[in-house]
Design a protein around this ligand. Structure first.
Ligand SMILES: NC(=O)c1ccc[n+]([C@@H]2O[C@H](COP(=O)([O-])OP(=O)(O)OC[C@H]3O[C@@H](n4cnc5c(N)ncnc54)[C@H](OP(=O)(O)O)[C@@H]3O)[C@@H](O)[C@H]2O)c1
Length: 281
């Protein structure tokens, strides 16, 4: 079987490649991105640029299964267009089963909301692909580690409301994706890759304080305060919009979901946040 990974040179893509190498070494894995030469360990590498759909026809030719990993492109509308281009190219190329990486809490939203591109992709996939699976990921625990590192100065994490998030490690998301690609019973399913518990703002601040030995609290602030602080730190408007949109999603409960899908798909339980924080600090 030929399994393609589109977005293979990124952190999630490389982790999926590693998982597939262990799980199904007998299958051919094709690494696809704009810089496929940067990927090690694939059976084959191909150029495939979501912004140049012509390249995707060749990149996806002859694949039995394909994982589409969206980019981190924050320009309004770009990622949505990329997702549609990738799905259309995969369907046109006759890929047998298309797996799309999406985000927890995905629902109908308009740009520049961070979820708009995932909604657009999910809907196109469901409407056009002969066999499809969606894997919605919760917020990466690794992204919380980065947020904590940037917050030690003030000793404060912030949110637009007290909220719960089921932080999941990127490697566990990758293992779940590999389980779908290597398995046979996942057509037509929408899965949620989550950590084992949904953690409140106060709880995650306390966990970070314990793991790092540094003070950390959690405070609810207004969106204008959040945006003002990010602007003061010199961040570009697309990043400010993305952070604000992610925090609005947290406040609305979009990431407050715990499932057994990581274990069901990968065969191993997801790592608890405490363990990931203890290893990070
Ligand atoms: N759940 C969370 O908390 C969270 C946090 C951060 C990101 N994410 C999402 O998770 C996904 C992957 O994350 P990641 O950490 O693996 O991101 P990453 O390391 O930035 O990888 C992105 C991948 O997309 C490829 N790419 C970028 N532009 C492309 C284009 N025009 N055409 C084709 N490929 C392109 C990159 O490869 P080349 O440059 O070689 O093309 C790379 O392989 C993204 O959807 C991202 O938004 C989720």
């Amino acid at each position: 079987m030929k399994i393609g990974i589109s977005g293979a040179s990124g952190k999630l893509g490389k982790a999926v490649l590693n998982e597939l190498a262990t799980r199904v070494p007998e299958h051919k894995v094709i690494a696809i991105s704009r810089t496929p030469e940067a990927v090690e360990g694939a059976s084959e590498t191909r150029l495939g640029d979501y912004d140049r759909p012509g390249t995707l026809a060749t990149a996806y030719a002859g694949l039995d299964r394909l994982l589409i990993i969206p980019t981190s492109d924050l320009r309004p509308g770009r990622r949505g267009e990329q997702n549609l281009a990738a799905i259309d190219a995969a369907v046109a190329a006759g890929v047998g089963h298309i797996v799309f990486m999406s985000m927890a809490g995905t629902r109908e939203e308009l740009e520049p909301a961070i979820g708009a591109s995932y909604w657009a992709g999910e809907q196109r996939l469901i409407a056009t692909a002969p066999r499809w699976t969606i894997l919605r990921m919760n917020y990466y625990a690794e992204s919380l580690v980065q947020e904590a590192q940037m917050s030690f100065g003030l000793g404060l994490l912030t949110g637009l409301a007290e909220n719960r998030v089921a932080f999941v490690s990127r490697d566990d998301v990758a293992a779940a994706a590999a389980g779908i690609l290597a398995g046979d019973d996942h057509a037509g399913a929408i899965y949620d890759a989550t950590g084992p518990a949904s953690i409140s703002g106060a709880e995650r601040a306390a966990m970070i304080a314990e793991a790092s030995g540094k003070p950390m609290g959690f405070a609810v602030i207004a969106d204008e305060q959040l945006r003002g602080g990010l602007a003061q730190a010199g961040l570009p408007i697309d990043v400010i919009n993305a952070v604000s949109s992610i925090q609005a999603g947290f406040a609305a409960g979009g990431m407050n979901i715990v499932t057994g899908d990581v274990e069901r798909l990968s065969g191993r339980a997801p790592r608890p946040l405490q363990e990931i924080l203890a290893a990070a600090f």
